[in-house]
Ligand binder design. Structure first.
Ligand SMILES: Cc1cc2nc3c(=O)[nH]c(=O)nc-3n(C[C@H](O)[C@H](O)[C@H](O)COP(=O)(O)OP(=O)(O)OC[C@H]3O[C@@H](n4cnc5c(N)ncnc54)[C@H](O)[C@@H]3O)c2cc1C
Length: 593
C-alpha cells in the first residue's frame, strides 16, 4: 500500500501567511494577543487534503469493524506480527518521512489528523505508529546528518525498521537529566554504551533506538545516539503488563558494552538534552491529535448510548444531566482540536518558539480526554463498567496521557516558567528603555513600541483595548473577555515576579495558577479563531459553533477569575502544611471510630 499512494508534490505549509516567530502563548502573559499568529484560523493545504483523503480512506477501511480484534489484542497484550505488517503495508511508518526517502511527507497537521483517525479505533495502534514517528525517529529527522538520514530513513519509512525513543530510566523519569546510562569515548572515536532504559514504547519490537546517555566531558553532559537493535550487547525485556494501551509494546531496553560508531552520534556531542527536548516538543501535537480522535469516538458512543437507553419511560438523552455531559465533551473536543491544529500549523510554518504552546495542547488535550472517558462511562452506567463494551478500555487507555511525554505537572511548571522568563526579561528591557526615554527620548520611545507599549496602555487604560481582527458579531463580547483577562494575567505575572524574584521556580502553587491562566487564554483564543472562521464559511453550523465558543469562554472566564483571585487570596499555606502533617503521620489520622 505504501508504494501505491502517489503523493502530489512537496509538502507545503497549510497557509502562506507570515507568522511572527514569537510565542503567542508567552505573549499572553505580557498582556498581548499576538493576532498575526492566532487569526485567521489556518487552513489545510491542497496537498495535505489530497494525501490525507487517500490515507484516511485506507486506514478507515483497514481499522473499521475490527473492534473484536482490538479487544483481543488488549486482553493478550500484544499486536500480532501480521497486524504490524499490515500497518507497514498501509504506509503508516512513513507518514512524516520526506518523499525522497520513501515517506509520505505529511505535515504536522496532517500527521496529527491520521493519529486522530487511528485513535478513534484503537489507542495501541496510535502508540505503535506515534512512538515510531513522533519520538523514535523524529530526532533523526530534526537533527540527523544527510548521511544518517540516507542510511536509515528509507528503512524507517517502510517500517522495515521500527523506531523507539530511549530516555527514561528507573532513577530518571520527570528528571530526565538524571540519566545514568553512560557512553565512554574509545581511542578510535567510537563509543561504548552501558545502561538500562525502562518503559520504552516499541521497546520489544524496535530495530532502531534513539538513546540518550551521559557523556560527561568538556562538551556537556548528555549525548544522543542512534543504536540498532541487532548490535551486540543490545537486548530488551518482556512486554510490560500494563493497565492500558496494553497491545502496544512497552519494554525495558538494555545496553551492555554496546559499541556505537562515531557516525551514530545524533546532533552534537554533549547537546543530547536539547535533542531530547526538541523531539518531545515537536512530537506533542501527535499526542494531541490522538486525544482528539479518542474524544470523537467517545462522543459517537455516548450519543448512541443516550438515545438507545430508556429509563423512567424516556431515553436518557432527554435528561439534563446526561445532555450536559454530551455538550461538555463536545466543547472540550472542539477546544482541544482547535489548539492542536493551531500548534501543528506553527510547527509546519517554521516557527521555532512553539514549545510552550505544544505543552499547553498536551496538558489540555490529555486532561479533557480524562474527563471524556470518565463521563462517557458514567452515561453508560453499570454497562460501562463491564468488560466487552469499550468504555472501560477507553478509561484504561487514556490514563497514560497525562503521565508520559512530560507529566502534566512538569509541563504546567514549564508553561508558566517559560512565559515568566520572557516577562522577567521584558521587565528588565522596560527598565532600561524607560531610562533611555529620559536619556535619549527618540531612541527610548522606539523601544517602547513593544512590551512597554502594551504595559503602559495596560497601566493607563489607554491604547489597544480590543482584538483588531474583525470578529463575527456574536464573538465580539467574548473577544473582549480574552483581552481583559490577558491584561489581568499580565498584572498577576508582574506582581508574582516582583514578589518572588528568582525563588519563583519553587512556588509550584503559584506557577500552576499561572499555567492554567495561560492554558485558558491560549486555548480560548484558538477556539475563537476557529469559530470565527467557521461562522464565516459554514453558516449551517454557525449557531452551534457560537454556542461552543460561548460555553468555553464563560467556563474559562470563571476559572480565570478563580486563578487571578487565587494569586492574592488562597489556601496554599494550609494545603502545604496539611500535606506535611499527613506525610509526617504516614497516613490519614482522623478515624471517626
Ligand atoms: C506506557 C508508558 C510508555 C512510555 N514510553 C516511553 C518511551 O517510549 N520512552 C521513554 O523514554 N519513556 C517512556 N515512558 C516513561 C514516561 O515518559 C515517564 O513515566 C514520565 O516521564 C514520568 O516519569 P516517572 O514515571 O518516573 O514519574 P516521576 O518522575 O517519578 O513522577 C511521579 C509524579 O511526581 C510528579 N513530579 C515529579 N517531579 C516533580 C516536580 N519537580 N514537581 C512537581 N511534580 C513532580 C510527576 O508529575 C508525577 O505525577 C513511558 C511510560 C509509560 C508508563
Amino acid at each position: 500500500m505504501n508504494a501505491t499512494i502517489e503523493t502530489p508534490g512537496p509538502a507545503a505549509t497549510s497557509d502562506d501567511r507570515l507568522l511572527r516567530d514569537q510565542s503567542a502563548a508567552k505573549a499572553l502573559l505580557m498582556g498581548e494577543i499576538l493576532e498575526e499568529n492566532l487569526f485567521p484560523y489556518p487552513t489545510i493545504s491542497e496537498r495535505d487534503r489530497e494525501v490525507l483523503g487517500m490515507i484516511i480512506d485506507s486506514v478507515e477501511r483497514f481499522l473499521s469493524g475490527k473492534e473484536a480484534d482490538f479487544a483481543h489484542m488488549d486482553r493478550e497484550a500484544r499486536q500480532p506480527p501480521e497486524f504490524i505488517q499490515s500497518l507497514r503495508e498501509l504506509g503508516l511508518f512513513g507518514l512524516i518521512i520526506p518523499e525522497e526517502f520513501g515517506g509520505l511527507a505529511l505535515s504536522n497537521a496532517a500527521y496529527a489528523r491520521v493519529l486522530a483517525q487511528t485513535s478513534a479505533h484503537d489507542s495501541s495502534v496510535s502508540l505503535t505508529i506515534g512512538a515510531h514517528s513522533s519520538i523514535g525517529m523524529k530526532g533523526l529527522l530534526l537533527f540527523g546528518s544527510d548521511e544518517q538520514k540516507a542510511r536509515y530513513l528509507p528503512r524507517l519509512a517502510t517500517g522495515e525498521m521500527i523506531a523507539a525513543f530511549c530516555l527514561t530510566e528507573s532513577g530518571a523519569g520527570s528528571d530526565a537529566a538524571a540519566i545514568r546510562t553512560r557512553a565512554g569515548r574509545n581511542a578510535d572515536g567510537s563509543w561504548t554504551l552501558n545502561g538500562e532504559k525502562i518503559w520504552i514504547t516499541n521497546g520489544a519490537i524496535a530495530d532502531f533506538y534513539t538513546v540518550f546517555a551521559r557523556t560527561d566531558g568538556p562538551e556537556g553532559k548528555i549525548t544522543a545516539f542512534l543504536v540498532e537493535a541487532g548490535w551486540p550487547g543490545v537486548s530488551h525485556g518482556p512486554h510490560e503488563d500494563k493497565m492500558g494501551i496494553r497491545a502496544s509494546s512497552t519494554a525495558a531496553v538494555a545496553f551492555n558494552d554496546v559499541r556505537v560508531p562515531p557516525e551514530n552520534v545524533l546532533g552534537e556531542v554533549g547537546k543530547g538534552f536539547k535533542v531530547a527536548m526538541g523531539i518531545l516538543n515537536n512530537g506533542r501535537t501527535g499526542l494531541g491529535g490522538g486525544a482528539v480522535g479518542g474524544m470523537k469516538a467517545l462522543i459517537r458512543l455516548v450519543v448512541a448510548q443516550a438515545q438507545g437507553r430508556q429509563q423512567f419511560g424516556r431515553p436518557i438523552a432527554e435528561f439534563g444531566l446526561v445532555r450536559e455531559k454530551i455538550a461538555q465533551m463536545t466543547v472540550d473536543c472542539f477546544a482541544a482540536e482547535s489548539a492542536v491544529w493551531m500548534v501543528a500549523h506553527y510547527i509546519d510554518s517554521g516557527c521555532e518558539d512553539y514549545s510552550t504552546e505544544a505543552a499547553i495542547t498536551k496538558v489540555f488535550a490529555s486532561d479533557v480526554l480524562q474527563r471524556a472517558t470518565y463521563e462517557a462511562l458514567q452515561v453508560a452506567g453499570g454497562n460501562g463498567f463491564m468488560r466487552g463494551v469499550p468504555y472501560e478500555q477507553y478509561v484504561r487507555d487514556a490514563r497514560i496521557m497525562p503521565i508520559f511525554e512530560g507529566a502534566n505537572e512538569i509541563l504546567r511548571l514549564f508553561i508558566a516558567l517559560s512565559a515568566l522568563k520572557d516577562v522577567g526579561d521584558s521587565l528588565k528591557e522596560l527598565q532600561s528603555a524607560l531610562r533611555s526615554v529620559f536619556n535619549d527620548p527618540i531612541k527610548g520611545f522606539g523601544v517602547l513600541s513593544g512590551y512597554a507599549g502594551t504595559r503602559i496602555s495596560r497601566a493607563t487604560g489607554l491604547g489597544a483595548d480590543s482584538i483588531r481582527t474583525p470578529l463575527a458579531p456574536g464573538l465580539r463580547p467574548l473577544g473582549a473577555i480574552y483581552q481583559a483577562y490577558a491584561r489581568a494575567a499580565a498584572r498577576v505575572a508582574e506582581a508574582t515576579l516582583r514578589r518572588h524574584g528568582k525563588a519563583i521556580s519553587d512556588q509550584q502553587y503559584v506557577l500552576k495558577r499561572i499555567a492554567d491562566l495561560m492554558i485558558d487564554l491560549f486555548v480560548g483564543l484558538c477556539v475563537m479563531s476557529r469559530a470565527n472562521a467557521l461562522i464565516a464559511t459554514d453558516p449551517a453550523s454557525a449557531a452551534d459553533v457560537q454556542k461552543i465558543a460561548e460555553v468555553f469562554t464563560h467556563q474559562a472566564r470563571r476559572r480565570m477569575v478563580r486563578n487571578i483571585r487565587g494569586a492574592a487570596q488562597n489556601e496554599d499555606r494550609a494545603i502545604d502544611g496539611l500535606a506535611q502533617s499527613v506525610l509526617d503521620r504516614g497516613a490519614y489520622g482522623w478515624d471517626v471510630l
